[in-house]
Design a protein around this ligand. Structure first.
Ligand code: RP5
Length: 173
């Protein structure tokens, strides 16, 4: 996408099922994005090119997802000074704990903002990206505030459903 503000890069197409959550959040807020599969281990020169070219193209941040020995977010961060959000994938024998440790433990000076493992991490990567972009985008800030203001009502409705299942009336808060 020519006017992409965010590049979502993932190490394998097997990560896409999880990373759809990120795409959904960015779509909810109307943030133009590009999704690309490019592995730090299996296509390192492609990763380097994408990371090097992004800033000149007007991209504002990366979301990088990888599982197992998850070097992709760190390698992207090595080649760009744009913010990089990392998402550990719940892949392989260690179920994402290996990826979490690889992404979260960057050496000082080249940061990656690491989310939680799997789908919730992917969702939060989208919201974190929106929060960062909203600092320079008043319309996006307004949408973010509207989303946050609507949350208590959703939780109130969830509480109501639980109380109904229990056959009790909701406690006054
Ligand atoms: C990582 O290895 C990918 O990000 C993926 O999470 C994991 C497994 O990749 P596939 O074997 O499914 O391609 O590089």
């Amino acid at each position: 996408m020519a006017d992409a503000k965010v590049i979502i890069i993932m190490g394998s197409d097997s990560d896409f099922e999880t990373m759809k959550s990120t795409v959904d959040v960015l779509a909810e807020f109307g943030v133009p994005n590009e999704v690309v599969v490019a592995s730090a281990h299996r296509a390192p020169y492609t990763v380097e090119r994408i990371a090097r070219e992004a800033e000149a193209r007007g991209v504002k941040l990366f979301i990088a997802a990888a599982g197992m020995a998850a070097h992709l977010p760190g390698v992207v961060a090595a080649f760009t000074s744009l913010p990089v959000i990392g998402v550990p994938m719940e892949a392989g024998a260690l179920k994402g704990v290996d990826a979490l440790y690889a992404i979260v433990q960057m050496p000082g000076g080249i940061p990656v903002m690491c989310m939680g493992i799997g789908k919730h991490g992917a969702t939060n990567a989208g919201y974190a990206a929106v929060a960062i972009l909203a600092n320079d985008d008043a319309a996006l800030k307004t949408k973010l505030h509207a989303y946050r203001s609507a949350l208590p009502k959703k939780i109130e409705a969830a509480n109501q459903r639980v109380q109904e299942q229990l056959g009790r009336s909701p406690a006054k808060s």
